[in-house]
Design a binder for this molecule. Structure first.
Ligand code: NAD
Length: 228
């Protein structure tokens, strides 16, 4: 069985109502996201950081996977499929994908501020100041903030190296180290990039660009790969 490795970004969830990173919609356009999603912001204004993630988590509880997420599940009938996502939503899992690796954390989880191995599932949208881990310290969103290490990156590199086919969906390829994963994929493999604003990635000239929204471009690509 061939292995398909898929790198997804905020764009695959855009049609599910989750804002992309650099768009102008939503409550938080007053802030640059970099200013909210950082250890400095947490230190200076923890309530503002909590509010930011609570708002997004609330929306996520109402969001549903779209045709892009569900098409990727169908691919498992013929391929080993590994999804590396920059997204903190759980829409790949809810669509039914089996192997999903979150590079930047998970919105529906919280973790201890004294012991990062203590991670808790949240079954409702609101995380509050005063919500504590079992060691008595404040819980924070289980998110990799700007300036923090990306613990899943090594695992993601291992996975990228196993690809027979590599697919990129809905990402500006502007956030590192996630964007550098493409450098670990063997040269000359079939590669596809689905994003309405996709541009060729230097050094990957064989990559086929599909300038479509995920809800249209991903099902089309998946049909092609299943009928190959
Ligand atoms: P980005 O905002 O930098 O880029 C989004 C990309 O999606 C753009 O290239 C845009 O052209 C494309 N896009 C927009 N609508 C699309 C659609 N319908 N179909 C396909 N593509 C579409 O996002 P990124 O590259 O993922 O940036 C990384 C950061 O954003 C990550 O750190 C990630 O954690 C965070 N983020 C995650 C979510 C989420 O979990 N849903 C949402 C916003 C931001």
């Amino acid at each position: 069985m061939k292995t398909i490795v898929v790198l997804t970004g905020a764009g695959i969830s855009a049609e599910s109502g989750c804002n992309t990173f650099r768009d102008n919609n939503g409550l938080w356009r007053k802030h640059r996201v970099e200013e909210v999603a950082s250890p400095y912001a947490w230190q200076q204004s923890p309530q503002m950081v909590m509010d930011f993630y609570n708002e997004r988590r609330k929306k996520l509880f109402d969001a549903k996977p779209n045709a892009g997420h569900t098409a990727l599940v169908k691919l498992e009938s013929k391929y080993q499929v590994e999804i590396i996502t920059q997204n903190v939503d759980d829409l790949h899992e809810r669509a039914g994908s089996s192997n999903v690796y979150h590079l930047h954390g998970e919105l529906k989880k919280a973790r201890s501020t004294v012991d990062p191995s203590l991670i808790y599932e949240l079954d409702e949208w609101e995380l509050k100041m005063g919500d504590l881990c079992e060691k008595g310290s404040q819980l924070r969103p289980h998110i990799v903030w700007f300036g923090e290490p990306v613990p899943m990156f090594e695992k993601a590199v291992e996975i990228a190296k196993t690809a027979d086919i590599f697919i990129v969906i809905g990402t500006s390829m502007a956030v590192y180290p996630a964007a550098s994963l493409i450098n670990y994929v063997s040269r000359g493999l079939p590669m596809y990039y689905v994003d309405p604003n996709a541009n060729p990635i230097p050094g990957n000239e064989n990559m086929q660009i599909i300038k479509e929204k995920a809800g249209v471009g991903v099902p089309r690509l998946i049909n092609l790969l299943l009928n190959n």
